[in-house]
Design a protein around this ligand. Structure first.
Ligand code: AMP
Ligand code: MG
Length: 479
């Protein structure tokens, strides 16, 4: 497929008009290509030669419209930092339509019915962050939206300083959020809530289509997928930063990348979002918050599914640690094939040890992946090796329960524990260069993001401890 024969579908527009607002994109001045993502292009069968097609920039800038495209902004509500906000929606995103099951969306394409007083734009800085990180998450095996490309421009926007505006084309198998359901529940529009549920089943859970109990089963799958995704965040040290219910995907995808961070030194209470003063969305709170968000979703679902059944599902899953999902993720990180009940305790203890040892999260697990009984490489990277030593004694004991070889364990761990994650200081370097017109590091980081488990000798310097002065870069919601 190329841009000539690209045809989009807009099945969301078959829903009632309250679900969306048709809106044309507002082009940026003097747009130019920053990056094209060949891997994402493959997903929609788009020729890689499209990178050279000047209409690709026009597509992202909204001046070239593929056949069948009817740009629209989606309506939703959501709980923001615990408080219900009935008026959210795509304030700076426009959906162009879908192809091969992927919904294409422009982010930063101008204001919409849902922008309130904001400008509908996105800074180059935050667009590069989303573009790179969604790709990195995908290659780490974490469910996420993707991004097809990014354009820069001469248009200026005001944030904490004057910045250049960009547009990123995001792709997702669904853009429906918990907050989309909340909107119709709190508006008392229960027939529309049911229509939305049917839509989500057709788009995201088609195997449930003819099931009489489909709404309840869909709820259960949303719970399971959310638990699985958040467990993977915990495993890799990802802090989302703004887990409002409007940023929670109905498919359990990681969506709406804002002030996220991959942790540097492990800190259970780490808060990447400087605007989050009480740490509601700290790293350690993420499983609890996802549970709270699912509870808000269950309230919105209560008109179409029995409350008791949903409560039971949530309880069974465990309010705090999602034992099945999270311990499963950690077992793989520790190279354990056999499942023992006592593993939950080993996981709890490693979290405490990492927190107290002041050790780089990614580096610790990568070095642990080559563990052969010699503890010194691990002592070397920790500020407090004694607490690691105590945990390693338990780990040694636990390894005796395994029947596989050391080599098999190391293989599992080296393909589970990344050598490279995109830490904020790395992305920040790419942004500083990009703001001076040099986009080469965006491509470098994309390459690293695509190969998190490879050795990549030329990028070895990104695999170690974060330089002291670059640790825990503060980020705000401003983007
Ligand atoms: P977020 O939590 O960043 O995903 O966004 C919260 C809400 O604010 C969503 O409804 C966004 O569409 C909206 N929003 C964020 N930034 C802008 C902007 N620059 N212009 C218009 N709406 C925005
Ligand atoms: Mg959002």
């Amino acid at each position: 497929m190329n841009l000539n024969n690209m045809t989009l579908e807009t099945s969301y527009l078959s829903l009632d008009e309250e679900f969306y607002k048709l809106t044309d994109p507002q082009p940026l001045d003097e747009p130019y290509l920053i990056s094209f993502n060949k891997n994402a292009a493959k997903l929609i069968d788009l020729d890689s030669s499209t990178e050279q097609d000047p209409r690709f920039v026009e597509l992202l800038n909204g001046t070239f419209s593929p056949k069948g495209s009817h740009p629209f902004a989606m309506c939703y509500a959501g709980h923001q930092f615990g408080h219900y906000n009935p008026w959210l929606g795509d304030g700076r995103a426009l959906n162009l339509g879908s192809t091969s099951g992927w919904n294409l969306q422009l982010k930063g394409s101008g204001d919409t019915h849902y922008s309130a007083s904001a400008d509908g734009r996105a800074a180059v800085r935050s667009s590069i962050r989303e573009y790179l990180m969604s790709e990195a998450m995908h290659h780490l095996g974490i469910p996420t939206t993707r991004a097809l490309g990014i354009i820069g421009s001469k248009s200026k926007i005001i944030r904490s300083k004057m910045e250049n505006a960009a547009i990123v084309m995001r792709m997702s198998t669904s853009w429906v959020r918990f907050g989309t359901f909340e909107y119709f529940f709190h508006m008392g529009e229960h027939a529309k809530l049911e229509a939305l549920a049917e839509y989500v089943i057709s788009e995201s859970y088609p195997h449930l289509k003819d099931d009489e109990d489909r709404f309840f089963k869909m709820f259960c799958e949303i719970v399971d997928r959310t638990a699985s995704t958040v467990s993977k965040w915990q495993g890799v040290g990802f802090n989302h930063g703004v887990m409002n219910t409007d940023n929670m995907s109905i498919e359990g995808l990681t969506i709406d990348y804002g002030p996220f961070a991959m942790m540097d030194d492990f800190n259970y209470n780490y808060v990447c979002n400087q605007s989050d003063r009480v740490g509601r969305y700290s790293y350690g709170e993420q499983p609890n918050i996802s549970y709270w968000n699912l509870t808000m979703l269950s309230i919105a679902f209560s008109k179409i599914v029995s409350k008791d059944r949903m409560e039971k599902k949530l309880e069974d899953y465990g309010a705090f640690i999602f034992p099945n999902a999270y311990v499963g993720v950690m077992r793989e990180k520790m190279g354990l094939y056999i499942e023992l009940d006592s593993d939950a305790d080993l996981v709890e203890k490693i979290v405490v040890a990492l927190h107290e040892a002041y050790v780089d999260h990614t580096l610790f697990f990568r070095i642990l992946s080559r563990y052969d009984g010699d503890r010194s490489p691990l002592y070397d990277i920790a500020m407090d090796p004694v607490v690691l030593d105590n945990w390693l004694k338990l780990y040694d004991k636990r390894l005796l329960e395994e029947s596989g070889s050391q080599q098999k364990r190391q293989e599992l761990m080296l393909s589970t524990n990344p050598k490279y994650v995109l830490k904020n200081y790395m992305i920040q370097k790419a942004i500083v260069l990009a703001e001076a017109g040099d986009y080469s590091m965006v491509e470098t980081l994309k390459h690293i993001a695509e190969n998190p488990y490879a050795e990549l000798p030329e990028y070895e310097h990104f695999s170690g401890d974060t330089p002291e002065e670059d640790k825990n870069i503060g980020l705000s919601c401003s983007s």
